[in-house]
Design a protein around this ligand. Sequence first.
Ligand code: KIV
Length: 421
Amino acid sequence: PKQRTTARCSLRPDYIPNHIPDPSYVRIFDTTLRDGEQSPGATMTSPEKLAIARQLSRLGVDVIEAGFPASSPDDLEAVRSIALEVGNRPEEEGGHVPVICGLARCNARDIDRAWEAVRGARNPRVHVFIATSDIHLEHKLKMSRDEVARIAREMVAYLRNLGCQDIEFSPEDAGRSDRRFLYPLLEEVILAGATTLNIPDTVGYTLPSEFGQLIADIKANTRGIENAIISTHCQNDLGLATANTLAGAYAGARQLEVTVNGIGERAGNASLEEVVMAIKYRKEQIGGLYTGINTKHISMSSKMVTEYTGLVIQPHKAIVGANAFAHESGIHQDGMLKFKGTYEIMSPDDIGLSRSNESGIVLGKLSGRHALRSKLSELGYYIDGKELDDVFKRFKEVAEKKKRVSDDDIEALISNEIFQP
Ligand code: KIV
């Protein structure tokens, strides 16, 4: 797709690890290129990943998780090239300088590769994870809690010794982990050098009230947490990823992990556009929080991700679906023609979407006379009274047979061949 650029160049002060900026500022950590790429069938080439990373920088995300370097030499190279270009000089492309992050399991081989891939960025980060729920310890890792705690502590310290100052740690499956194990483990990794503590609801199991409480409890019970940023990472297995993410932010998380279009493992992740627009439009209700996202780039980012991953979004997807700003029923169309606020809580313009017709009206069998008259005048036909009644009757006949009545159908309807006044 065609690229749009702005002259927005900045290096935000909060990129300095451990620097606590405005407490109301929420960092957006985009993992489209890592967790998003884990969606079945979503593999991207290195040039595609680089193009998306450039777009994410224009969008204004704070952190780009560019990949999982130990997973393949190709991914390592993709992350390295993103770190070198987007992590250093995206001003030339009209973006800003985000943190570039690589994922690693808690072992030296993964960590070496992740550090090698990101270290060329101006602000590099490595994100290490190990599972902490009993179900994962018993069936997947086959380790005791003590072993997991030791490995987590040692691997964070190992990463710190390599020279990495910005370290994110995730206790995988935190949503189902025993807090009596979780709090002390988090304390240990903070002491070892972790600067961001990401709390994943790995299987999308928690309810918003539970996830919000988990974040609040971690904040209240983990010693040293004031020196770190709490982050959320919510999967969408029960369709609650966005709600859980917002509950986490309300409870004190100041980094939110999201993907464009909500792509990701299984049912996906919290979607960037939903989380960002909810924070923007319900700012007061969510404690005055705000993000640094330039929402005008949302529509283009969504289109690029659809094109490069081949993952088509459903028409009714919130914010970026084809129907998100379309109105078909007669009552809604009438309301829209009178005042847009009747049925639109945000403007498509705000996500950089220009719609072909001002009111977003889509003609179909549920549309009324008012909507038809408005469409006709948009097309240059000013008719009323009996003439309009006749066209409306014919329009209803066509609409019964077609899902949507296009501008061409209307033109045909009113032309002399079809419409004989
Ligand atoms: O879902 C998950 O737990 C993850 C972690 C690596 C953060 O993707």
